[in-house]
Design a protein around this ligand. Structure first.
Ligand code: HEM
Length: 457
């Protein structure tokens, strides 16, 4: 029952249309639509399908759903739509199976292991930056997408990645990412069955991606004697997953499960980090004083190529990363479904109700982040009051917390520092940047001019 002070149901987000509800708004101008929800606290109803879904705007409710009362929630219906692509990998599995897989995959993301990946990240970022010429105009989002795909594939498969498998993955991934998103948003659930050219392209790309990953697994299994990255002598991520054994049963992952985890890591780890980096360069381009500070910090504290032990010295660069993750959070929306009747924000909801939260909405709440649309890395200085629990959740929380958090932060820091040490990226004249929300939030038409750093910079 509703509490005495509350109406019987949460308010409904403005702009609801007959039959399609808010689906068009979320499709056409998702960032504006999500931004408009910050005004509602702590919960607001949206209509994206036959039943309402409730957007949680209060950090406390988000924390309850993801952490303290997580047992009452499962992943939402949209995850069922992802299963044909991601199988039963970490992002789509639940319960005891998810926990077992999480334990098997976790060692590949340990702090020490991430430190080994820094060399690869720095090398690939330097190669990319070295390919630019003074005065060249680059599409930064595209550059970051290619770079982050190269980083994920190289750290996952450093030993077995041959040029043709790499090319297959790099071509197929963007098509699969786009197709998955369209599939999730389709309220009819029919569109993907039609033999449209787009659906055929998706089926073909998915098939090629699957075959390339299977090829890599088999190549690595066959190569039992040599599980080390030839350059560094260290195991790559795939090798670690191949060697992982369940603590109770002693069993290894099957090829099928390995496949699902690898495709999940590729999908979850590519566009997100790329979007975060693209936004970061956009903000540095708009704030030359922050860019200068970053360059000064690199000049004072870093020797290129970057190594893991240098990263802790880059305090300002790290705060720029945090601020990009806050104000321009690249993640998509997160969905949970109640597995029992629940109470949230003084309202009662039936089992099966879906709840949504968007880090972007939470991160732009002026109650927790004064002047939320001001890009201000100094808000992360250690002497500033911390954001309340659940208010800053770029990587989620609870048992589905992003397993790649440390990887992604390290990647953003390493790439930002490596690129900024060589170049200053400034907005190209006349280019109108637009925020686009697909499965991730990233800038479109982010054209920037590559300028050499003046000596005295
Ligand atoms: C800035 C970059 C990134 C952001 C903003 C991000 C965000 C997130 C969020 C919010 C979740 C939780 C989803 C939920 O609760 O339903 C998540 C889960 C996940 N992420 Fe990330 N992520 C990023 C980078 C990465 C990277 C680089 C990888 C791997 C290389 C990765 C792999 C995963 C996986 C496997 C999951 C599922 C974890 C589980 O359910 O146990 N992510 N990510």
């Amino acid at each position: 029952m509703p509490t005495a002070s509350r109406p019987p149901a949460p308010p409904v987000a403005p702009g609801r249309l007959p039959l399609i509800g808010h689906a068009l708004a979320l499709w056409r101008r998702p960032l504006e639509f999500l931004d408009s929800l910050t005004a509602f606290d702590p919960i607001v109803a949206t209509h994206l399908g036959p039943k309402p879904s409730y957007v949680l705007t209060g950090p406390d409710l988000v924390h309850r759903v993801l952490v303290t009362e997580a047992a009452n929630y499962a992943k939402g219906r949209s995850f069922d739509k992802l299963r044909p692509y991601l199988g039963n990998g970490l992002a789509t599995s639940e319960g005891a199976f998810h926990l077992r897989q999480r334990r098997l995959v976790q060692p590949a993301f340990h702090h020490q292991q991430i430190a080994h990946y820094v060399d690869t990240m720095a090398r690939l970022a330097a190669e990319r930056a070295d390919s630019w010429r003074p005065g060249q105009v680059v599409d930064v989002t595209r550059q970051m997408l290619e770079l982050s795909l190269a980083i994920v594939t190289s750290t996952l498969f450093s030993t077995s990645l041959d040029a043709s498998a790499a090319a297959e993955i790099r071509h197929a991934m963007p098509v699969v990412l786009h197709g998955m998103y369209t599939r999730v948003l389709d309220p009819t659930n029919l569109w993907h069955r039609l033999p449209t050219p787009g659906n055929r392209r998706l089926a073909d790309a998915h098939d090629r991606l699957r075959r390339a990953i299977d090829h890599l697994i088999h190549a690595d299994r066959a190569d039992h004697a040599d599980h080390a990255d030839h350059a560094s002598g260290r195991p790559d991520l795939l090798s670690m997953l191949l060697q992982a054994r369940d603590a109770d049963s002693g069993e290894a992952m099957t090829d099928r499960q390995l496949h699902d985890e690898l495709i999940t890591l590729l999908v979850a780890g590519t566009e997100t980090a790329a979007g975060g980096l693209a936004w970061l360069f956009h903000e540095l381009g708009r704030h030359p004083h922050l860019d200068r500070r970053l360059h000064q910090e690199l000049h004072d504290h870093a020797v290129l190529p970057l190594t893991a032990d240098q990263l802790p010295r880059l305090g300002h660069t790290r705060r720029v990363v945090d601020e990009a993750l806050r104000m321009r959070n690249p993640g998509g929306i997160t969905i949970r479904r109640a597995t029992t009747d629940v109470e949230l924000g003084g309202y009662r909801f039936r089992e099966g109700t879906e709840f949504i939260f968007s880090a972007l909405v939470l991160h732009r709440n002026p109650r927790h982040f004064p002047h939320p649309l001001r890009f201000d890395p100094d808000r992360w200085l250690p002497d500033r009051p911390p954001a309340p629990r659940g208010a800053f959740v770029p990587f989620g929380a609870g048992h589905h917390l992003c397993i790649g958090e440390s990887f992604a932060r390290t990647e953003m820091l390493t790439v930002a520092a490596t690129v900024a040490s060589r170049w200053r990226l400034t907005p190209a004249p006349g280019a109108r940047v637009r925020g686009v929300m697909t499965s991730t939030n990233h800038p479109d038409n982010l054209l920037m001019t590559v300028e050499p750093r003046p000596e005295a910079d």
